[in-house]
Design a protein around this ligand. Structure first.
Ligand code: ZN
Ligand code: ZN
Length: 156
């Protein structure tokens, strides 16, 4: 089955891949939600949308799309592999409870941030040529806050 969304067909074909329905479903899900799903979460989300894929098809196509650079494979602090449709350098807000990741911008004088040595005998980070900055903020997402509050109430 071929992809019916022109936007995703173009993206996929630009990478010399066939724009199959499976690839289209994956890109559509990621582009529309901007979530950083694990493969398991993606299976569930696709099923909820009425656009399910088998696990084998999902894994195969995630690998193809990632190899083509259409999505980025990232490992969150929880050790789970997740897929990010934003392949440009950006920052993340990470839930310490469920591992959910959110793309964030940063307010404040980011251009003034500089890495500094943590240890006395460390080489001076100022001698490095700096590239882009990736910050990772850790916290608890609203859904987990609500679950934790409920659990606390239930245990009273
Ligand atoms: Zn959470
Ligand atoms: Zn991201």
């Amino acid at each position: 089955m071929a992809c019916e969304r022109e936007q995703f067909t173009k993206l996929i074909e630009q990478k010399n891949l066939r724009a199959t329905e499976a690839r289209c479903r994956i890109l559509e899900l990621l582009h529309e939600t901007h979530e950083h799903y694990t493969p398991e979460e993606m299976l569930e989300a696709l099923r909820e949308r009425g656009k399910p894929l088998s696990i084998a098809t999902l894994y195969q196509n995630l690998a193809k799309l990632a190899d083509a650079g259409l999505i980025a494979r990232i490992v969150g602090p929880d050790g789970h592999t997740r897929y990010d449709v934003n392949t440009l350098p950006h920052h993340h807000l990470v839930c310490k409870v469920c591992g959910r990741m959110l793309d964030v911008g940063v307010e404040g004088p980011l251009q003034d941030l500089r890495p500094v040595a943590l240890y006395d005998d460390e080489e001076d980070p100022a001698t490095w040529r700096l590239g882009e900055v990736h910050l990772e903020f850790h916290g608890v997402c609203p859904a987990c806050q609500a679950r934790l509050a409920e659990a606390a109430e239930a245990s009273d």
